[in-house]
Ligand binder design. Structure first.
Ligand SMILES: Nc1ncnc2c1ncn2[C@@H]1O[C@H](COP(=O)(O)OP(=O)(O)OP(=O)(O)O)[C@@H](O)[C@H]1O
Ligand SMILES: [Mg+2]
Length: 341
């Protein structure tokens, strides 16, 4: 291991104040130089409140000084914008044509399982009509921290970064009546001014429909693919076709479709009851020309975990299969994307 690597390793133990992620994970380490036992560490100060600056310098100098090879440490803070520091491998948009089909739930579950598999995950809640994402993770009263140079996302119990307009409102149930352009602006701000750091997946929970917010996301964020959610009700299936058309027009690939509230398992007999009508999973998959990633049943336990803010406790074979199918679809799309270039 080179001395620079040893310093980098030592810096992995320094957590950014306010977020339980390390300086390296958040990508604040801009430079490590070592010469004749003298180390020069350059850190970006983005989103770090100035009250923490000297604490952070001392902390970094301290851990680096512990290395026997190092005799002197200088720490310099430089300004940088979150946008320049963020390294996001895949942006995944979760979309539906219609409200209330379980889009936020699917976005959250996808994030939970990807994080469980060891990925760094963020969730950008672009749906300002309700605080569903923060609520599912039990983050209702938590406020994001930060400084003038950037916003630090809130961290969930299992280490998922969450950012939502609803976390910025004084009251969780304050009604938000915003016009389209403002929503678009807020989404752009979350993309450019939130210090996500290094992420494997940023999952964007879109508001329902085909209006401004989904358009903004698809036009301005480098979306790797869309997960399309629908429920078996006839109307939901019809509007989802519209949403599929929109993504095709925008040239954003659909990775697959997810049917939520597909059926209910009767507790006594184990029989499947299709309460919202016959499954349209296969039909939707055919209409979009993409795989059916999952059929999620109506599950009272899941509803309860959502209400309690404990969605991270949910685990099931259906969820594992969903994420496996998702990863497969994503790797196919990114491969074919590369080939066509
Ligand atoms: N498969 C399911 N089993 C049990 N409960 C579910 C299921 N899907 C959704 N729910 C319940 O329905 C609620 C609404 O779902 P969710 O917020 O994900 O919908 P949405 O499509 O994001 O709605 P909106 O259009 O308002 O954003 C969830 O909080 C959860 O309690
Ligand atoms: Mg929602």
């Amino acid at each position: 291991m080179s001395i620079e690597e040893k310093v980098q390793f030592a810096l992995e133990s320094v957590l950014v104040p306010g977020v339980m992620r390390s300086l390296v994970q958040v990508n604040l380490v801009r430079g490590i130089e070592v010469k004749d036992g003298k180390a020069k560490i350059t850190l970006a100060s983005a989103a770090i409140p100035s009250t923490y600056h000297s604490w952070l310098k001392d902390k970094v100098a301290g851990v680096v000084h512990e290395l026997p090879e190092i005799k002197e440490v200088a720490v310099e803070l430089v300004e940088a914008k979150p946008k320049e520091l963020n390294q996001i491998e895949h942006v995944i948009a979760v979309m539906s044509g219609k409200g209330g089909v379980g889009k936020s739930l699917v976005a959250a579950l996808l994030g939970v399982e990807l994080a469980r598999q060891g990925n760094e995950v963020g969730i950008l809640d672009a749906d300002i009509t309700g605080p569903s994402v923060p609520k599912m993770f039990g983050l209702g009263g938590v406020r994001p921290s930060g400084s003038e140079s950037g916003i630090l996302p809130v961290l969930s119990r299992s280490g998922i970064e969450v950012m939502s307009i609803n976390l910025m409102l004084p009251q969780e149930d304050d009604a938000v009546i915003w016009r389209g352009p403002l929503i678009s602006k807020a989404i752009m701000q979350f993309w450019e001014e939130v210090l996500w750091g290094k992420l494997d997946y940023l999952i964007v929970d879109l508001p329902p429909g085909t209006a401004d917010a989904p358009l903004t996301v698809m036009q301005t964020l480098p979306v790797s693919g869309v997960v399309m959610v629908f429920s078996p009700q006839e109307l939901a299936a019809m509007v989802v076709r519209k949403a599929i058309k929109m993504t095709q027009k925008m040239n954003v690939p659909i990775l697959g479709v997810v049917e939520n509230m597909s059926y209910l398992v009767l507790p006594d007999s184990g029989r499947r009851l299709e309460i919202f009508g016959k499954s349209k999973g296969e039909e939707m998959a055919r209409a979009s020309g993409t795989p059916l990633l999952a059929q999620i049943p109506v599950d009272p336990q899941l509803a309860q975990l959502c209400d309690e803010g404990n969605i991270e406790r949910y685990s099931s074979d259906i969820l594992k299969t969903f994420v496996n199918n998702f990863l497969q679809a994503l790797s196919l799309k990114t491969k074919s994307g590369k080939n066509s270039q």
